[in-house]
Design a protein around this ligand. Structure first.
Ligand code: C5P
Length: 231
């Protein structure tokens, strides 16, 4: 499987550049992409992107930008200039922020995928009520996914449980990037609403974000191959 076609994105949730590269060196850039999140990027900065790109990996920079339109446009441009494959922003930043990010990438002819986070899975109805949103998380997810699509974004981060509804609302080609994946061989850990890789793809997920089932495996590449077989 070439990285152009694999749905697998391995989350490099490490506190240091060394630890992240140690894991990357056990993985094959032709078989998976990598996700760099806030902790690793805040500690190691653009050096981690350079090191991973140098090893041939596509990188999803998961920094979930949320700010005024001009600032977010500048941030996604900076990510694109560093060659990342995918970057994300919070859909709750609003239509003008989403459009500004989209327009900036298009104006500079970057092909970086731009996706949105809808509602963080850590938020329940009560949490939304506390910040003044009298809605269910499910309806807010749908609302924000449609807003992201209208603003021209390439997709959203969503759970496997949300993927089939979002496929109906936003279409097949709208990217649905799904964490909370637990292959048959892995423990559930602290993830609550989990799906197997095959279940998530059947539900409409286009990409699967997988962390500990691969990164904590004795043989990460063997774990990745087991996931490919499950697919
Ligand atoms: O180790 P695990 O497979 O649970 O890692 C999942 C990755 O996806 C982590 O980087 C986590 O921060 C991220 N994520 C998540 N649930 C969300 C959004 C992102 O687990 N709702």
């Amino acid at each position: 499987m070439l990285s152009q076609t694999t749905p697998l994105i391995i989350a490099l949730d490490y506190a240091s550049l060394d630890a992240a590269l140690c894991m990357a060196d056990q993985l094959d850039p032709a078989r998976c992409r990598l996700k760099v999140g806030k902790e690793l990027f805040t500690r190691s900065g653009p050096a981690v992107l350079e090191a991973l790109h140098g090893r041939g990996f596509d990188v999803f920079l998961d920094l979930k930008f949320h700010d005024i339109p001009n600032t977010v446009a500048g941030a996604v441009q900076a990510a694109a200039e560093q060659g990342v494959w995918m970057v994300n922003v919070h859909a709750s930043g609003g239509r003008r922020m989403l459009e500004a990010a989209r327009e900036r990438l298009d104006a500079q002819r970057f092909r970086t995928r731009l996706i949105a986070v809808t509602v963080l899975t850590s938020l329940e109805r009560q949490d939304l009520a506390e910040v003044g949103l009298d809605v269910t998380p499910e309806s807010q997810v749908e609302r924000l996914a449609q807003l992201a699509r209208q603003a021209g974004l390439d997709g959203v981060v969503c759970s496997a449980q949300e993927a089939s509804r979002l496929r109906e609302l936003c279409g097949e080609t709208f990217l649905k990037v799904t964490p909370g994946i637990r292959p048959a061989f892995a423990r559930q850990g602290d993830q609550r609403r989990v799906a197997s890789p095959a279940e998530a793809l059947a539900a409409g997920s286009t990409h699967l974000v997988i962390g500990r089932p691969v990164t904590e495996a004795k043989d990460p590449m063997a774990a990745l191959e087991a996931i490919e077989r499950e697919l």
